[in-house]
Design a protein around this ligand. Structure first.
Ligand code: NAD
Length: 501
């Protein structure tokens, strides 16, 4: 029997009442494993109301006390990391080590959040005018909402709520309906860590719940991570309703390979970055731009047998290097792109479509695919495929390569592989991209720096975590003060002798 999931509001699991449900799959078997309730606007209002009720007390709690709760949550995360990774893999499909790695990246943000009291300190300027001082404070924005994607169901929520809570806000999380269990479990652990009820709520759902979060006047700020089309809608709708919005969106990350690159390192990097997590990462490398005929030939010659040999399988098999695609619908979308690439004349050097795993015939599996001689007008180049498909594009020279990077509509991540420090430095400076790697294929910043892209990979002004996250979840207030001065009015404070009176 398929298990029915719930919402999590005001410190407890709450049964969905809308009568609408979504299917949660085990992508390896293709079976529906759970049903997730899709909240109505009224149910979403209840989650928002719980967060609103909890706000005054939590925002008035001293920052160090809030941090103590986050610290206990960190301990609980470590204790429960195996369970979380298993839960994640069973709904997303990615391998367990990969799932665990992503929980660990979330944990690093939690560790960052433990130190947030330090970042809430204001500035002080004495004597900005005669007898006047100015000081600043960072105050919570209020009730915040997070709308998160399927590909990192633990890490991406942890980019948001630990920072928001540490800054004194309360939170409503709307996880992806494709793999909602991690969000629910994280909320339970936060309450177990001592977070007062109502400070973190999870409402499961789709557009109906999201639209309520975007229009409800109580919600002050919305963080979104997901595809560009939806992100743009979230940004525009949230802004229209007067909210602060950050929307981190889709990507097409280019890896530039110069002729002097260390090819062993480059090939290994391309394999992990293009095919890890079946390419379902916003920082996945999906385009390799090679400079010079020989560089392209060598890269393809060395990649092809490795792509062919990828061990594709269920997360329950420890030997699997790559799991299935999250849903049948996503798989069909990726297959559609492969057809388009072939029709447009790209050379499919490795064809991963013909894959069948005994016992998992109904799973959403796709082997690694490698296209060569891709041109910039093809849909496999212009669009985000979000699957295990790497396109090799041959550039005439370095200038041509950087032009491709800069003219692409997305600007999340990019990487250059070279031994030439001057070229790397030039690339890092000129790339119109949010995160740049030098001989590193997935340059995800550590938690105390900030993560975010440029161009159509991010709508809004603030990145997530690090100081940018703190800025997003706080409002700056500046106080300018003058006190009536007894000293200058002539008042004497020293003891006077009797003769002076
Ligand atoms: P998605 O846009 O389909 O869904 C993201 C969230 O939006 C989910 O919670 C979903 O329920 C909600 N949603 C979907 N349709 C909606 C609608 N019509 N109205 C309102 N809300 C809606 O994204 P996904 O498929 O879950 O995730 C993959 C995408 O996320 C990729 O494009 C990937 O690049 C992107 N992503 C970006 C980053 C980043 O930091 N830039 C990180 C991870 C994933």
């Amino acid at each position: 029997m398929t298990r029915e999931l719930h919402h999590y509001m005001d410190g407890k699991l709450v049964k969905g009442k809308s009568g609408r449900f979504g299917d949660v799959y085990n992508p390896a078997t293709g079976e529906v494993s759970k049903r997730v309730p899709l909240a109505s606007a009224d149910e979403t209002k209840k989650a928002i109301a719980a967060a609103e009720k909890a706000l005054p007390e939590w925002s008035a709690t001293p920052p160090a006390k809030r941090a103590q709760v986050i610290f206990r949550f960190r301990e609980l995360l470590l204790e429960n990391i195996d369970e979380l990774a298993e839960l994640l893999s069973s709904e997303h499909g990615k391998t367990v080590p990969d799932a665990k790695g992503s929980v660990t990246r979330g944990l690093e943000v939690v560790e960052f959040a433990c130190g947030i009291p330090h970042l809430l300190k204001g500035e002080y300027s004495e004597g900005v005018a005669s007898g006047v001082d100015t000081f600043t404070m960072r105050q919570p924005v209020g009730v915040c909402a997070g709308i998160t994607p399927f590909n990192f169901p633990a890490m991406v929520p942890m980019w948001m709520f630990p920072v928001a809570l540490a800054c004194g806000n309360t939170f409503v999380l709307k996880p992806s309906e494709k793999d909602p269990s991690c969000g629910l479990r994280l909320a339970e652990l936060m309450i177990e860590a001592g977070l007062p009820k109502g400070c973190l709520n999870v409402v499961n759902g789709d557009k109906e719940a999201v639209d309520e979060l975007l229009s409800n006047p109580t919600v002050a700020a919305v963080s979104f991570v997901g595809s560009t089309a939806i992100g743009q809608y979230i940004y525009e709708t949230g802004c229209k309703h007067g909210k602060r919005v950050q929307a981190l969106c889709g990507a097409k990350n280019h890896m530039i390979v110069l002729p002097d690159a260390d090819m062993d390192q480059t090939v290994d990097a391309a394999m992990g970055a293009a095919y890890g997590s079946a390419g379902e990462r916003c920082m996945a490398i999906s385009v390799a731009v090679t400079i010079g005929q020989e560089t392209g030939d060598e890269l393809v010659r060395r990649l092809a047998p490795k792509v062919q040999a990828l061990k594709v399988g269920p997360y329950t098999d420890a030997a699997s290097e790559m799991g299935p695609i999250v849903t049948r619908e996503s798989l069909d979308r990726i297959l559609g792109y492969i057809d388009e690439g072939i029709a447009a004349g790209a050379e499919l050097v490795v064809d991963g479509r013909d894959i069948s795993l005994q016992g998992y015939e109904d799973g959403f599996f796709l082997g690694g695919c490698l296209f060569d001689r891709v041109s910039t007008d093809m849909s496999i180049y212009t669009d985000e495929i979000f699957g295990p498909v790497l396109s090799v594009v041959r550039a005439d020279d370095y200038e041509h390569a950087i032009q491709m990077v800069n003219e692409h509509e997305y600007g999340n991540g990019t990487a250059i592989f070279t031994r030439d420090g001057d070229a790397a430095r030039d690339f890092a400076s000129r790339a119109r991209i949010g995160m740049v790697g030098v001989n590193l294929p997935i340059p995800v910043p550590v938690a105390y720096h900030s993560f975010g892209g440029w161009k159509r990979s991010l709508f809004g002004d603030h990145y997530v975590h690090g100081m940018e996250g703190v800025r997003f979840y706080t409002r700056l207030k500046t106080i300018t003060a003058r006190w009536p001065s007894g000293i200058r009015a002539g008042t004497q404070f020293h003891f006077k002798s009797g003769a002076e009176h």
